[in-house]
Design a protein around this ligand. Sequence first.
Ligand code: HEC
Ligand code: HEC
Length: 192
Amino acid sequence: MRRLIAAPLITALIFLGGSAFAENPNMASCTGCHGIDGATGMMPDVPNIAGIPAVVQEDALYAYLDESRKCWAPGIMCQVMSGLSEEDISEVSAEFAAMPFKPANEDFNADLAAKGKALHMESCAMCHGADDSGEGESSILHGQRIEYLRKVMEQYAAGERAQPPMMEEKMTVLTPEQIEDIANFYASYRAP
Ligand code: HEC
Ligand code: HEC
């Protein structure tokens, strides 16, 4: 139904030679928060999603949909997701996955980042990679927004966000200081 209503609008946008997303009306609501390039969200806790593998994004979107990921106040992502069909979910995930990843270049503390690197190598690198580039089915962590990383890791540590069992073992033993160290390490990444 929504698609039928949207059809004349899409045609109009294509006719005007508008944005690259003219074919997919759902993208406009996403880019409003995540940025037109998927990497320049206006709010500090909005993650960069450009270049994150589609399978990871789809997983995340279904977790918001069934609320196994507790959306933080005001539960924005859970509300957004309730309007999307399965087809919409694969489409938007594929669009953001196809965009080039851009590191957020956040400020960081070098001493904390060095401690965070050691923790990462010991507990996280086996899944997130020596350079945490997010190969395969884990997300891209380096260059992610630091405020997003903090919030996510606090949720993981508190058992409030679904995560792989082997990761849970590593996350639940982290102290708040160690979470800050790791967040600073991921934030320290700069494009080569
Ligand atoms: C009103 C702002 C807003 C809108 C609109 C929005 N997002 Fe988000 N998005 C967020 C915030 C904030 C988070 C992190 C929140 C959380 O995890 O609870 C997030 C998280 C995500 C994640 C998880 C990233 C990861 O690495 O796990 C994906 C994927 C995502 N959004 C995709 C989308 C898509 C696709 C749309 C459009 C259909 C969309 N978002 C619309 C604000 C928004
Ligand atoms: C057993 C493999 C494994 C280990 C070990 C592991 N992770 Fe993960 N991690 C994953 C997978 C798979 C995902 C994506 C799953 C999801 O979002 O539900 C993920 C997601 C994440 C995310 C969320 C990304 C996002 O944008 O939503 C963060 C942050 C994270 N891991 C940090 C860590 C840290 C820090 C450690 C070490 C203390 C660690 N992980 C150890 C596999 C692992």
